[in-house]
Design a binder for this molecule. Sequence first.
Ligand SMILES: [Zn+2]
Length: 456
Amino acid sequence: MNIKIIPGLLSTIRQLRKHENWTRSQLEASQADGLKQLRAHAYAHSLFYQKFHRGLMDRPLNELPILTKAMLMENFNELVTDSSIRLEKVREFVSGNADNQRYLDRYWVTATSGRERNPGFFLFNESEWIAMIASFGRGQEWSGAKVNILRRRKMATVASISPWHMSSQVAVTIKTPLTPSIRIAASLPLENIVQQLNVWQPDLLIGYASMARILAEEQLAGRLHIAPEKVFTSSEVLTDETRRRVKAVWGDEPFNQYGATETADIAAEYKLCRRMHIFEDLVLVEVVDQQYRPVPHGEYGAKLLVTTLFSRTQPLIRYEINDSVRLSAEPCSICGLPFVFIDGIQGRVEDALSMQSAKGGQILIQPLVFNRVMDILPVSGWQVIQETDSLLTVLLSGAVNGIRDDVLSDAIRKELALEGAVIPLIKVQHVTEIPKNASGKAPLIKSNIHQDRMIA
Ligand SMILES: [Zn+2]
């Protein structure tokens, strides 16, 4: 039973609250100590790290090699610090287990999307799992909704329902004692999702950014009748228009969160400043360019390197995540948290479109480029689909009269020209609903020519 992790969880949440009052130098001292312990553990118990960091064990973090997901999976059995863990057995366990069992009776398992050719598997022992759940709890608390065992809020999560997706594991764990929770598959027909939410009446609503926008539209149309105290979004870029729509129907903008299957939440929006502060007491984050060179605060990088300080079973040291973010150059002057904040997310590299450059070769067009044009349209939903190198389809749903397709394609052409792309043919199509993918997301940007992209 998971009830037994509750005391540890509550004490970890209390501990994390204290860290918010740290000074920057207290934080840095704790990071240095956490990193030292993590490395010592990895060097003592992981055959992989003994080889991977050979000759570098005394070097600073930024001189260590980068760990990709492919490397992590190729070296899985040597990387884990418990030699009784075998990848083949983990795979078997995952495919055969539906009852929220622990692998080897002691490990929680999550996996990245099954749509990938090689999904990643991540194992957590009890204290790691508590740290993961506590990081989600902190994300909730930063919105102003304190985790309180006597005032249990009803939670509804509309997301991927594959039991091995990180968010579903968390929902299962905190279900009974802390938060009564339902989980609705985002891939269900919309009427069905709306009906379940109407019955459940959640206090906390959690979903992909695109789903939050769709649900806000449903509320506006009079089909959905819920009054969530807080709305949380994650996994996709949250646009200004989605913020406005959620605020218009439920009184407050959504709180955006940023996380990964591998690391739990990395950052969450804080109530006082509405900025997304990084959980720097739990993870070390480095922003780097395509060649892994450090990018100064205030500039966009191409990737993030994440070191999870509490990881022990599967130590993550300079683990690569393909997101383009910009960290604040200055500390936050509003809230006083010691943690840096993310002041811009251009999007996941997997959401960016690779297009032909006018100068030859390929360039990456970030979702932001399309958001600038699309997000201000009077429509309930939109999607840009790269069909081929020379054709983009733009889907619009719920468009009010007055949108001129030719003006819209012109505006997109201009943005792409500014980016230096070879301009493809642009077709605008009006649809009744933006189609959702297998995990229930209705991504704003989608490519049909790069199917093998990783979906976190
Ligand atoms: Zn702040």
